[in-house]
Design a binder for this molecule. Sequence first.
Ligand code: PMP
Length: 374
Amino acid sequence: MDRIEEELNKLKQNNQLRTIPDIESKTDGKIVINGVEYINFASNDYLGLSTKEILRHEFLNKFDCLLSSASARLLTGSAPEYKELEKTVANIYGKESALIFNTGYQANLGVVSALCGKGDIVFSDKLNHASIIDGMKLSGGEFFRYRHLDYENLEKMLQTKRNNYKRAIIVSESVFSMDGDVADIDKLIELKKKYNCLLMIDEAHAFCAFGKTLAGVSYGKDVDIITATFGKAVGSFGAFCVSNEKTISYLINKARSFIFSTSIPPFNIAWSNWLLTEKRDYIEEQKQKLEHLTKAVHASLRLRGIQTSSVTHIIPLIIGGNEKTIKVSEQLRSMGYYIPAIRPPTVPEGTSRLRISLTADCRLEDFEEVLSVL
Ligand code: PMP
């Protein structure tokens, strides 16, 4: 048996083997896998924009742009659509400038590894996304991970370590992807000022989905660098970073995931921008729908005495072991609900869970049915 086979077998034995599901189609709030339709509680399309046929048809009737950019932005891969979308997201966040990346993964990877070099340090929440961890690993600097949302732990690290390094960056998600809890941005700002650090916030799960404005949790706050994706609540593809002009110019020159990769097709960029500008009212409407549903769902959880750290549209139902989590997920699937088991390494060992993500197209009755099964 070679090493690849050995490792695959080990994953299988630990119930950690991943396979790609045979998804046939997705419509509003539903998903069809192997010919069977399920209620979809696993989508990051929080506003349901990606499956709205009427939006898609309206867009397709209006736009005719290139389907490939055929190059990186710095060569021939740029187009007017990029500048427009960058202006739109910079405005949404009230920041000077923006830069589009191909994915949220590439944005975090590129930003963290560009800003942290030899002699620098990153302080990262323990539950930050893999793209932030990989960015830290790729950077020439050092990194420390503080306990999840534990700002006393972070401050202790800052006290003992900060002065040994040149540039220091504190990085956190705003809404955490697997737990649905929210970082205390004001506290992070206080700490970054006290210890002379940059603050970077990943708004992937909050942008257009959670918070008072479309901007998520960081709007109007003294956050130095914000990243977010178009592939979740915006129902599109790609990602961006907003910051001041100087930092964006630095990233254009130093973020390798930006420099060395063919940029997203203009067609897709135009779709993101069209939704965020022409369809802004509809986005606000769907966001409100999601907010109402989220409130009702949390009230229902409280009523049943189910404790959760989540205050958002992402609800983790932590089961513990891999095998049991898979069984519960399969049982729910046999009843028509698609909620895949989330296992390590995506979440810490022993905290396998069903991650329910609510979208504007979900129904409270369906959520309650899931709870009653559990
Ligand atoms: N940041 C967070 C917090 C995420 O959850 C994800 C995706 N799950 C990403 C970044 C990566 O975004 P993308 O899917 O656009 O690569």
